[in-house]
Design a protein around this ligand. Sequence first.
Ligand SMILES: [Zn+2]
Length: 214
Amino acid sequence: MKIQKFEVNPFQENTYVISDETNEGIVVDCGVFYKEEREALVRYVKDNKITLKHLVATHAHIDHNFGNNTIFEEFGLKPEVYGADETLMQKLAQQAMMFCNYRLDYEMPPVERYLHQGDTIAFGTHEFTVIPTPGHTPGSVFLYCKEENIAFSGDTLFRMSIGRTDFELGSFKDITESLSKLPSILLKDTIIYPGHGPKTTLEYELEYNPYLKF
Ligand SMILES: [Zn+2]
């Protein structure tokens, strides 16, 4: 499996293109914002002849969804996001104004499907399972591929930190509860790809992350 990271937009968000040997793939958290970022992502997909099967958001914050229109226009895919983030997903334009005083001057594609616990995102010979981890937002999720022992954590878990819970609909109590369940779901050596910053492992976080002292 190939994981290509693009660090994009004013929030330095990680957009990931994941593909396998069949050349099918998915995009996780399409935050591309500037013209050059959008073009680089499209070029990567086309140059590597990747057939995209899904566009998934780990949660419905604008910095993880800025580029959904580019994926829709270029590849015809609409975003998938956890059901509990429906409210936020419908307020992407308001978020752009609130978080970075930016007037969203383009139409966002409608949601393809609202995800539920245990749903799978399949492409090629692989699949990711949707694990709800509310707290940063009500619909924040981990996307977990057991076979490859990797997970995308969105803004729930970062290397040595966790996502903020002081935004609208955030809950520190919920994120703490979500994080406390991770050791029973993931293996210790699961590689975690966060929505911001470098990758890590659950084992490393259990040892060094101050928010993972249960
Ligand atoms: Zn976020």
